[in-house]
Design a protein around this ligand. Structure first.
Ligand code: GAR
Length: 218
C-alpha cells in the first residue's frame, strides 16, 4: 500500500503491544508502517524484539538529561529524523510536557489498560479489583497533557471474574490490548478516525454511536 503513515513507537519495557503493532504492519494493506522504535530505558526487552523484526531502534535515556524538556528535545529530534507522521505510545511510562504533546497534537496515541476515564495511572488492575468493577478493558486515545486522558478512539471490554488476581486480570486485558491497538492505529492511519471538538469521529460513520466493543467478545 502506498502512502502508509510512518509510525514511531515509544516503549519503556516489555513491548508486547509494540509487537502487536509490528505484526499488524506486516499486512500489505495496513495503512501504517513502523519506521522507528524508541525506548527511554536502555534495557527495555522490546528493543530486542524490534531489532529482530528489522526495525531501527533508538534509546533516548531520560536519566541522561537534566530535565524533561531536554529529554524531549532529543526524543522529538529522533522522531523527526525518522520522518514520523504518527506516534504510538506502547507502555511508554514517561509523562510528556505540554510542548511535546501540543507539537504532536492528534498525531500521538496511547494505550491504557482500563476503560478510561476509570483507573488512570499505575496499578490499574489492582485498583479495578478493589473497586469491585465487573468489566474492565483497555482504551486507545489521542494523547493530551493530562496522563491517560484524551479523545477516545477505541475501547474493548473484558469481564472481571470472581477469583481474578491483578495478574490474571492483567493477562486478560493484555490479550484485548493486542487486538485493540492495531485496530485503533488502522482507524487513525487510514484517516477514518479524527478529532472534532475533543471527540473522535469516524468518516465512515460505522462507530459514530459508540466505542468499539471488541468483536471477539460476544
Ligand atoms: C500495557 O498494559 C499498557 O497498556 C500499559 O503498560 C503495559 C505495557 O506492556 N500502559 C500504561 O499503563 C500507560 N499508562 P507492553 O510493554 O507489553 O506493551
Amino acid at each position: 500500500m502506498s502512502g502508509r503513515k510512518r509510525t514511531g513507537v515509544l516503549i519503556s519495557g516489555r513491548g508486547s503491544n509494540m509487537s502487536a503493532l509490528i505484526n499488524a504492519c506486516k499486512k500489505t494493506d495496513y495503512p501504517a508502517e513502523i519506521v522507528v522504535v524508541i525506548s527511554n530505558k536502555p534495557g527495555a526487552p522490546g528493543l530486542g524484539i524490534a531489532s529482530k523484526a528489522g526495525i531501527p531502534v533508538k534509546v533516548v535515556d531520560h536519566k541522561k538529561f537534566s530535565d524533561r524538556e531536554a529529554f524531549e528535545v532529543v526524543l522529538d529530534d529522533t522522531l523527526r529524523q525518522a520522518k514520523v507522521d504518527l506516534i504510538c505510545n506502547a507502555g511508554f511510562m514517561r509523562l510528556l510536557t505540554q510542548k511535546f504533546v501540543e507539537d504532536w497534537r492528534d498525531r500521538q496515541i496511547n494505550i491504557h489498560p482500563s476503560l478510561l476515564p476509570a483507573f488512570k495511572g499505575l496499578n490499574t488492575h489492582k485498583r479495578a479489583l478493589e473497586a469491585g468493577v465487573k468489566l474492565s478493558g483497555c482504551t486507545v486515545h489521542f494523547v493530551r497533557t493530562e496522563m491517560d486522558a484524551g479523545p477516545i478512539i477505541a475501547q474493548a471490554a473484558v469481564p472481571v471474574l470472581p477469583d481474578d488476581s491483578a495478574d490474571v486480570l492483567a493477562k486478560r486485558v493484555l490479550e484485548a490490548e493486542h487486538k485493540l491497538y492495531p485496530l485503533a492505529l488502522k482507524l487513525v492511519a487510514s484517516g477514518d478516525a479524527s478529532v472534532q471538538g475533543e471527540k473522535v469521529v469516524f468518516s465512515k460513520g460505522q462507530t459514530v454511536h459508540g466505542p468499539y466493543i471488541a468483536p471477539w467478545f460476544d
